[in-house]
Design a protein around this ligand. Structure first.
Ligand code: BG6
Length: 509
C-alpha cells in the first residue's frame, strides 16, 4: 500500500475524481455489486463528487432507460436503506453507450461520451475501465481501447483497467491473455480482481499475523501440524450451468480465491505494505506449492459431483439435471487437495483444501491445527482424549477468529475439556453493510494494486492446477455423481485426510 493511500484510508479521504466505464453494464455484476458498491462509497464520503459512470453493452438502452433500469433495482441490491437525495445525485451521473465490443464505432461513441462526462463532471480525464464481461471479450476490449487512444496515460491523468475473473482457463491461455493485454497496457495499469481480497476478514489475515507479536513465532512447522481451508457453498450452479460446464470447481475456485487464502496464511512478513512488497511475498507462496506429478494427482486430489439430495427442508436436484448441464457431465462440483509448500517455514505441513457446491452450508474458514503439547502430563489422569490447539479464521458468513484450548472441568477429579476463546467482528465493530467491492474499487481509484493479482501470481496459480486438470481430463470420472447434495463431499475427501491419520474439522450445522 502506498503511503498516500494508507493516509487516505486512515483519514477516510475521498478517492481521485474519475469516470468509471463498465463494460458489461447490462449484466448481473453491475446491478448486484458494482452500482451498490459505488453508492456505498458515495455514502461513506469516499467517492469524489467529480465522478461519472458510463455503461457499455450491446443491449438496447439509452442513458434515460439505463438510469431507469438501474434505479428500479437499486433498492433490491442496496446493502442499506437508500438515501433518496444521494441516489438522485448518483443516478444523474450514469450514462450509457450501446455497441458491440468488437466494433471500433462503439469506442468512438465511448470517446465522445467520455469527453462529455469529463467536461460536465470535471473528472480530470482520469478513466477507470471495468471489464465485467465474459472473458472472451477481455483482449478485444483492451485492444479497442488502445486503438481508440483511450488508455494512454499522460501527465496529470491516469487510465486503469480492472479485469474480472476468470483470467484464463489454464496456464497457456492466462499467459496468452497477459501477453495480449501487455501490448496495450503497462502492468501498473492492470488490476486483476479477485473479490475474495475485498472481504474484510481476508484482509484481516494480514493484520492478525503482522500486527500481533505473539502469533508469528509459532506460525511455522515447529508448532503447526497442518492447515485446513474450507470454502463451502450450499447453492448449486443456479443459472450458471453453461459457464460452469466449461469451468468446474477447480477452475472456478482454486487458482484464484483459494490461492489468495493460502498466500495470505502462509506468506513471510513483507518488508513494507507497498503493493509489490506484499505481492512479492504472496507470489512466493504460490510458487512454492509443489506441483503434482501424475501419480500424486491420484493420491492427493479428489473430485466430486453432486447428486440429488436434501438441504434442510429443501430438496435439491442432481448437477446433471441442472439447466444447461449435460446429462452425462464429467464436470466436478467439488475438489479436495492435499498441497505442500516447498519452503523452510512450511515443509511437511500439509495444506488441505476443500471447496464445493451443494454442501450442507455456506462457510469459508481457515483452520490452523497446532501440534500436541510435547509431554502429556495428564496421561495418567482420568481425562477425555486431549485435544490440540486450533485457531480458526472465520471468513464467512460469521466473521471472526476463535482459539481452542484445553481447560480443567471444575470438580474434584482432574478432567479436561476443550474450550474456545472467540472474537466476533460484529460484537466489536457492528456490521458494516458492504458488497465486498468497495475497497477494491476505491483502491483502484487511488492507484493501489496491493489487493489485485499480478501477472506472475495468476500464472503461478494455473501452474499448480494444470497438471491435475490434465490427469482428470485423461481419466474421466467413473463414479460421478458421487456425493448427495447436503453432504460434505465424496467419501474420498475424508479418506484423503484419514490416510494421514487426520480428519476434516467437524462443522456443525
Ligand atoms: C465466484 C465463483 O468467483 O465465487 C462462484 O464463480 C462462487 O461459483 C463465488 O459461488 C463464491 O463467492 P462468495 O463471495 O459467495 O464466497
Amino acid at each position: 500500500m502506498t503511503d498516500i493511500t494508507e493516509q487516505k484510508q486512515l483519514l477516510g479521504e475521498i478517492a481521485d475524481p474519475c469516470v468509471m466505464v463498465i463494460f458489461g453494464a447490462a449484466g448481473d455484476l453491475t446491478k448486484r455489486k458494482l452500482i451498490p458498491a459505488l453508492y456505498n462509497l458515495a455514502k461513506g464520503n469516499l467517492l469524489s463528487r467529480e465522478f461519472a459512470v458510463i455503461g457499455v453493452a450491446r443491449d438496447a438502452f439509452t442513458t434515460e432507460s439505463w438510469r431507469a433500469e438501474i434505479s428500479a433495482h437499486a433498492k433490491d441490491y442496496a446493502t442499506d436503506v437508500l438515501d433518496p437525495d444521494l441516489w438522485d445525485w448518483f443516478q444523474h451521473r450514469l450514462y450509457y453507450v450501446q455497441g458491440e465490443f468488437g466494433d471500433a464505432v462503439t469506442f468512438q461513441k465511448l470517446r465522445e461520451q467520455l469527453e462529455a462526462a469529463n467536461q460536465s463532471h470535471n473528472t480530470h480525464s482520469n478513466y477507470l475501465y471495468y471489464l465485467a464481461t465474459p472473458p472472451m471479450f477481455f483482449s478485444t476490449i483492451v485492444k479497442q481501447l488502445g486503438d481508440a487512444g483511450l488508455v494512454k496515460e499522460e501527465e496529470h491523468h491516469w487510465r486503469r483497467v480492472i479485469i474480472e475473473k476468470p483470467f484464463g482457463r489454464d496456464l497457456e491461455s492466462a499467459q496468452a491473455l497477459n501477453a495480449d493485454i501487455c501490448t496495450t497496457l503497462t502492468e501498473p495499469q492492470i488490476y486483476r480482481i479477485d473479490h475474495y481480497l475485498g472481504k474484510e476478514t481476508v484482509q484481516n489475515i494480514l493484520a492478525f499475523r503482522f500486527s500481533n507479536g505473539i502469533f508469528e513465532p509459532i506460525w511455522n512447522r515447529n508448532y503447526i501440524d497442518h492447515v485446513q481451508i474450507t470454502v463451502a457453498e450450499s447453492l448449486g450452479v443456479e443459472q450458471r450451468g453453461g459457464y460452469y460446464e466449461t469451468a468446474g470447481a477447480m477452475r472456478d475456485m482454486i487458482p484464484n480465491h483459494t490461492m489468495q487464502l493460502i498466500a495470505l496464511t502462509c506468506m513471510e512478513p513483507p518488508i513494507s505494505f507497498d503493493a509489490d512488497d506484499v505481492r512479492d511475498e504472496m507470489a512466493k507462496v504460490i510458487h512454492a506449492i509443489n506441483p503434482f506429478d501424475p501419480e500424486e494427482v491420484l493420491t492427493h486430489a479428489v473430485r466430486g459431483q453432486y447428486d440429488a439430495g436434501q438441504l434442510g427442508e429443501q430438496k435439491a436436484i442432481a448437477y446433471r439435471s441442472e439447466e444447461k448441464v449435460s446429462p452425462n457431465s464429467a464436470t466436478e462440483t467439488f475438489v479436495a487437495l492435499k498441497l505442500e509448500l516447498d519452503n523452510w517455514r512450511w515443509a511437511d505441513v500439509p495444506i488441505y483444501v476443500r471447496t464445493g457446491k451443494r454442501l450442507p452450508r455456506r462457510l469459508t474458514e481457515i483452520a490452523i491445527q497446532f501440534k500436541h503439547a510435547p509431554y502429556q502430563l495428564f496421561r495418567k489422569t482420568n481425562v477425555e482424549k486431549l485435544r490440540t490447539n486450533r485457531l480458526v479464521i472465520h471468513i464467512q458468513p460469521d466473521e471472526g477468529i476463535s482459539l481452542r484450548f484445553g481447560a480443567k472441568i471444575p470438580g474434584p477429579i482432574v478432567n479436561l475439556g476443550a474450550v474456545k476463546m472467540s472474537f466476533n467482528y460484529k460484537d466489536y465493530f457492528g456490521s458494516t453493510p458492504s458488497t465486498g467491492y468497495e475497497r477494491l474499487i476505491y483502491d483502484c481509484m487511488n492507484g493501489d494494486q496491493t489487493l489485485f493479482q499480478r501477472a506472475d501470481m495468476v500464472e503461478a496459480g494455473w501452474a499448480v492446477v494444470d497438471p491435475i486438470l490434465d490427469v482428470w481430463q485423461a481419466l474421466p470420472p467413473r463414479t460421478f455423481p458421487n456425493y448427495a447434495s447436503g453432504t460434505w463431499g465424496p467419501k474420498e475427501a475424508a479418506e484423503l485426510l484419514a490416510r494421514d491419520g487426520r480428519q476434516w474439522r467437524e462443522i456443525h450445522e
